[in-house]
Design a binder for this molecule. Structure first.
Ligand code: AMP
Ligand code: MN
Ligand code: MN
Ligand code: MN
Length: 284
């Protein structure tokens, strides 16, 4: 398999905070020329069998996927898992526990928003939720846009729901060690998602890469909808420095919100090992 394969190994459905069903995503990926696809819902495997079936129906190659929320150095880091057994018991339980605090967190977010005059945010956000176990900031963002508080979800994350802004509730997610071990234990491969998005110092980022690798992590997202072209180069260098494979994914959530569509990314820079070369025997 070549490095110029149109692989899109990061996106979200209604099972987490996307707005399309797994079937709609499969059709869109196919229409956009994707060759190899993975659905990576946040902390959830509930869409995996549907996605694999939909991929087969439209003639797309498929890898199982998820994006696990992790707390590392007091920041939220996302770890993508690819090519694991979607019915693995330890991983299923670990993700169930990781999702567990979201309901209470959402109530606290709504209480904070009420203090700045935005009432009914919990019920309002719930109207956008496809999976009651997975109420996320994205659903609050859609409510705030609907109510006219912001023009779009990007503006929401500048004015609300982030550190120092109304509606931000710090949360403790899974540990880096557990996330990587759940993925590896289920026969999959762990990937650091969109490293350019974290507000780490150089030392903290070095610690993330080093510890990730020490726990058995094997790859890093280089080309993602969350990176600038300069960050493609920066993280291609990091991948080479650490001997990590490279992944590629749009992080598509919604036709109305995402600036990067499924499959609409440049190829991986030369001289990297594409993560799908390490997962050839897991592709369905
Ligand atoms: P949560 O897991 O509830 O903390 O929500 C995180 C989700 O919010 C991410 O997966 C993104 O979909 C969305 N998000 C976070 N920051 C931004 C941002 N700056 N712009 C748009 N969406 C964001
Ligand atoms: Mn998301
Ligand atoms: Mn993410
Ligand atoms: Mn994502």
């Amino acid at each position: 398999m070549s490095a110029i394969l149109n692989a899109d190994l990061h996106c979200h459905s209604v099972v987490s905070d996307g707005t399309l069903t797994p079937e709609e995503l499969a059709a869109r990926a196919k229409a956009n020329g994707v060759d190899l696809w993975a659905l990576t819902d946040h902390d959830e495997l509930g869409g995996q069998h549907r996605a694999a079936e939909a991929a087969r129906a439209v003639g797309l190659r498929y890898l199982t996927g998820t994006e696990i929320s992790v707390t590392f150095a007091d920041e939220t880091v996302h770890i993508v898992g690819l090519g694991f057994d979607p019915d693995d018991a330890a991983m299923t339980q670990g993700l169930y526990d990781t999702r567990g605090g979201r309901g209470k967190r959402a109530q606290e977010m709504a209480a904070q928003l009420a203090q700045v005059g935005i009432h009914g945010a919990y019920e309002g956000a719930l109207r956008f939720v496809g999976n009651p176990e997975l109420i996320s900031r994205t659903h609050f963002a859609r409510f705030l846009v609907e109510q006219g508080h912001c023009r779009d979800t990007s503006e929401v994350f500048r004015k609300y729901l982030t550190e120092g802004k109304p509606g931000y509730v710090p949360h403790r997610w899974a540990t880096l060690r557990d996330a990587v071990r759940w993925i590896s234990g289920a026969g999959g491969l762990a990937v650091i998602a969109h490293p350019g998005r974290y507000k780490f110092t150089a030392n903290e980022e070095y610690a993330l890469f080093t510890e990730f690798q020490a726990h058995g992590g094997r790859a890093v997202e280089v080309v993602t909808g969350s990176h600038t072209p300069a960050e493609y180069v920066e993280y291609a260098d990091k991948a080479r420095e650490f001997g990590l494979a490279a992944s590629r994914g749009s992080d598509f959530h919604s036709p109305d919100e995402s600036h990067c569509d499924l499959g609409a990314l440049p190829p991986l820079p030369a001289g990297l090992t594409p993560v799908w070369e390490l997962l050839a025997d897991r592709i369905r």
